[in-house]
Design a protein around this ligand. Sequence first.
Ligand SMILES: CC(C)(COP(=O)(O)OP(=O)(O)OC[C@H]1O[C@@H](n2cnc3c(N)ncnc32)[C@H](O)[C@@H]1OP(=O)(O)O)[C@@H](O)C(=O)NCCC(=O)NCCS
Length: 190
Amino acid sequence: MTFSTLYLNPLTISDLPAAIELDQRCFGGLWNLAGYQREIESPNSDLLLLCCDRMQGCDDEDNCKHSIGLACLWRILDEAHITLLAVHPDVQRQGLGQLLLYQLLLRAHQAQMNRATLEVRSGNKRAIGLYQKFGFKLAGNRRGYYQATQEDALIFWRSGLQNPNFALELGAWKAMILERLTQCDWQWCE
Ligand SMILES: CC(C)(COP(=O)(O)OP(=O)(O)OC[C@H]1O[C@@H](n2cnc3c(N)ncnc32)[C@H](O)[C@@H]1OP(=O)(O)O)[C@@H](O)C(=O)NCCC(=O)NCCS
C-alpha cells in the first residue's frame, strides 16, 4: 500500500495561484486574489492550505505537491468565525474536510476562543453534515440570503471550546480522523 502524505500550512503569497485554482474548483470563485492576499496579511486570520505529495489515481512523475484543501477562520474577540472550508472534488469524502475543520477548532481552542460560528447554504447537505458531526448547532437563518438560488443562509454555532471536556473531544476527533485518513491511504504529517 502506498500512502500519500498530507501537509497543512499557513497559505503564503507563493501559494496564491494554487489557492485561486482550488477556489474555482470548489466554489466557482468565492474569493479573488485580493481577497486571499488580504487574509494572508490580516493578523486576525488563520488561512490554511492542505497539500499532498501525490494525488491518488495520478501518475506523478514530477513529485510536485498538489493543493487539495483550504480553510480559514477569523479571530473576533472570543469568537472563531469559519469563513472558508473546501476540499478538492477529486478527494472528497475521505476525511479531509473533517481534518480541516478539526484543525480550525484546535487553533481556536489554543487561541482561547470560546465559540465558533459559520454560515452555510441551506442546500449544502454535505457541509451541514460535517458541521453537525463536530457539534455545531443551528442558531438561525437568513431567508433567501443567496440571491442566485434563493437559498437561506443557515447560521451555526459551536460553543464550549474552553470547557474542560473539549480537549478530550479534540483528542477523540483526532483519533477518528487519523483512522479515516489511513483507510483512504493518506498519511498525516503534523
Ligand atoms: C463540505 C466539504 C468540505 C466536505 O469535505 P470532505 O472531505 O468531503 O468531508 P469528509 O470526508 O471529511 O466528511 C466528513 C463528514 O461530512 C459529511 N459529508 C461529507 N460529504 C458528504 C456527502 N457527500 N453526503 C453526506 N454527508 C457528507 C459527513 O457527515 C461526513 O462524515 P462521515 O464520512 O463519517 O459520514 C466538501 O464537500 C467541499 O469542499 N464542498 C465544496 C465547498 C463547500 O461547500 N464548503 C463548505 C462551505 S460552508
